[in-house]
Design a protein around this ligand. Structure first.
Ligand code: NCD
Length: 335
């Protein structure tokens, strides 16, 4: 585990001042909060250009030729890390995947010293995942003017590229967001995925956003957009839903498991199943950010059924990350 460092946490306004340049262009990607509909739409549109007709993201480009991207994942990751790696390579970048288990941060080096060391090797973009709240903004504030920071998962606070890939997946299936009912189900309290999805969906004008969890895993007041409905009954929450997103219980972030239902009880009350999907709209889709715990938050056969878009989410993730990488590089080039 990396040593815990103490640093100031940027508030929402400060984060936005950091992530957009004075022309409103994306300079870093720290959070979806404060990104407007136009900017999000432009990112989704660009991501779509990286998806070829048959749905495979094999389109390549040279927007990052001669650039270097460093993936710094101080928390486990399969999808996000592989996806940033491929996205960078498909745009012609050199990609450095730092092995955090052998990195000097383990020896007590501060995150900033790690960044300054890598900056000296001419890294252009740092992709950062960390268990501590505030790390991406803190780095963005102290890094050189020539680099860009992308948040690849910040504690339980935000996961903006996951939010964007969820938005893209929904838009591809539903054509837009207005009038849609979206049910996000599971451990909302500890989910950065739920928070970023909720922020993005509200900005895009979703009709009815439902966050459904056991009472013990409900979000803290003020940690999700006020437009979201907090619910505790899954049958009620799934009724008429166009999109159902299941989430894993984030046990690594839960210090006291008291009040958290056991596996069987959890599935009985909060498992997204084929039976419960009958309550949703006839053409509803099922999403999951992964990693999935089959038989706990989602029924295994439902995850593999035709209404599941889980593998499409993964595919769309590469395209979204290509769009984000290309956008920040354009901003850097225009400075
Ligand atoms: C999620 C994460 O790391 O926040 N996974 C992902 O990035 N696709 C969700 C999770 O770990 O449950």
């Amino acid at each position: 585990m990396a040593l815990t460092e103490r640093f100031e946490i940027a508030d929402k306004t400060e984060q936005n001042d950091l992530q957009l340049d004075r022309h409103g262009r994306l300079r870093h990607l720290l959070t979806l909060q404060g990104l407007d509909r136009q900017l999000i739409t432009a990112l989704l549109d660009e991501a779509e250009t990286y998806l070829s007709g048959d749905g495979e993201p094999v389109v390549r480009g040279d927007a990052l030729a001669g650039r270097t991207v460093a993936n710094l994942f101080f928390e486990p990751s399969t999808r996000t890390r592989a996806s940033f790696d491929l996205a960078g390579r498909r745009l012609g970048a050199d990609v450095l995947n730092l092995d955090v288990n052998t990195s000097s941060r383990k020896k007590g080096e501060s995150i900033l010293d790690t960044i300054y060391t890598l900056q000296a090797m001419h890294i252009d973009i740092f992709v950062v995942r960390d268990a501590q709240n505030g790390v991406p903004a803190y780095i963005a504030k102290h890094a050189s003017d020539h680099v860009s920071i992308l948040n690849a998962g910040e504690s339980d606070v935000s996961h903006p590229t996951q939010g964007l890939l969820d938005l893209l997946t929904i838009r591809l299936h539903k054509g837009g967001f207005e009038g849609l009912t979206v049910a996000i189900v599971g451990d909302i309290a500890h989910s950065r995925v739920a928070r970023s999805a909720a922020e993005g969906l509200v900005t895009m004008g979703v009709g009815d956003l439902r966050l459904i969890s056991p009472a013990s895993l409900a979000p803290e007041a003020g940690s999700v957009p006020p437009q979201a409905r907090i619910m505790h009954d899954l049958d009620e929450g799934m009724r008429g839903a166009d999109v159902v997103m299941a989430l894993r219980i984030q046990r690594e972030r839960i210090t006291n498991l008291e009040g958290i239902p056991g596996v069987d009880e959890y599935f009985a009350h909060f498992g997204v199943s084929s039976e419960r999907m009958k309550l949703a709209a006839a053409d509803a889709i099922v999403m999951h950010p992964g990693p999935m715990n089959r038989g706990i938050e989602i029924e295994s056969k439902l995850a593999d059924s035709p209404c599941s878009v889980i593998t499409e989410q993964v595919r769309n993730g590469v395209a979204v990350r290509m769009a984000v990488l290309a956008s920040v590089i354009r901003t850097l080039g225009a400075q």
